[in-house]
Design a binder for this molecule. Sequence first.
Ligand code: GUN
Length: 291
Amino acid sequence: MIETKPIDGKAFAAGLRARVAEEVAHLAATAGLKPGLAVVLVGEDAASQVYVRNKAEQTAEAGMASFEHKLPVDTGEGELLALVARLNADPQVHGILVQLPLPAHIDATKVLAAIDPAKDVDGFHVVNAGRLAVGLDALVPCTPLGCILLLKHHLGSLAGLKAVVVGRSNIVGKPAAQLLLKEDCTVTIAHSRTRDLPGECREADILIAAVGRPEMVRGDWIKPGATVIDVGINRVPKADGKTRLVGDVAYAEAQGIAGLITPVPGGVGPMTIACLLQNTLTAAKRQAGLG
Ligand code: GUN
């Protein structure tokens, strides 16, 4: 029987935030530079409001400037594009994040394309996606970056390992696959049309689940001893009418099969904002000619 160990993303993220804060203090002392992050939220989406509040708090805790722009749900696309243009031109703003999802009347692709790639701390701009794909320095999407940092911390070199990423989104699946390839993994991207998804998953030394379906990946899809990274955050109803958070992996079933697994909550989730702070620091240094 394999002893399955949980990966403590909460503790690792706290360490990463502390390292970022230390470097921010050093930058202030030596170069008089204070990294600034602007977060734009359109509308009242409840989950987005929680994320944005956490981002603002943790940005301030790291010693960075936080600029919040909360706009009403009926904000026009032109108005949002004008705000992005102002933030692009603002020297105090080194990172710009437009919270997704945007209301349906706004073309998200157009808005993301309007962000200066040098300030694109989400790494969603096609310039950053392209730079990552061809192996140039890029701002990398925060959630997949968090996954890779956890993997490297626990496994050391990933070279030669077989990695299966379930999910092909631009936000997680595709950039995660690019990052694994950069680490010399053999990478498969699986998705809803994959034939024999359980069989593909069973080949994986590293299994990343990023599909947004509660507990879709079953215990018997996991190769014994594999490292499982669960990106899913799904709210499901409980018998008492309340809700609980579950991942994309059936966590209880993975016990005794996986070698390492990220829990939900407390695994990948806390890494996302920590990586956002790191990206903001990186962007600020590059814009100041220091990085
Ligand atoms: N909505 C949920 N997660 C994210 C994220 O990482 N970035 C942005 N911009 N929106 C999100």
